[in-house]
Design a protein around this ligand. Structure first.
Ligand code: 5GP
Ligand code: ZN
Length: 120
């Protein structure tokens, strides 16, 4: 992973230079509410280290990505999603321009709550 990039919006959020509404934080991971939510629950999970996209993930990131995915349902419940199977949530990782990625710092969207949603 490369170091923090001062031109990257999510690196600036991790560094506290841009404010965010925090959902969770540990040594390696930050989760915060999306500024333009598509649904009643919509937060983003990012690695604290700058990593541009899922296409940049290698074997050395497997543990980190595994921890992020394992954490997603727990944080979804914490943020108000109802439990599986009646509740649940969606996990989205947009990757590259054609994948709809706008911010080039890997992030996992966790989206849920009562429908209808703005997107999806
Ligand atoms: P992407 O399209 O790259 O998968 O998603 C980027 C997401 O980041 C979008 O849903 C957008 O609303 C969110 N976002 C962009 N800038 C900011 C910001 O400054 N703060 C927060 N909390 N979310 C942001
Ligand atoms: Zn970054």
């Amino acid at each position: 992973m490369s170091a923090s990039d001062t031109s990257c919006i999510f690196c600036n959020i991790v560094a506290g230079r841009i404010p965010s509404r925090k959902v969770y934080e540990d040594e390696d991971i930050l989760a915060f509410h999306d500024i333009h939510p598509w649904a009643p629950v919509h937060f983003l999970m990012v690695p604290k280290q700058h990593l541009a996209s899922l296409a940049h993930v290698g074997d050395e990131h497997a543990a980190l990505l595994g921890r992020m995915l394992a954490l997603a349902p727990r944080l979804a419940l914490q943020e108000g999603c109802r439990p599986y199977p009646q509740g649940g949530h969606r996990v989205v990782i947009n990757t590259g321009d054609e994948g709809g990625q706008e911010v080039h710092h890997l992030h996992i969207h966790v989206i849920g709550g009562p429908r209808p949603w703005l997107k999806g």
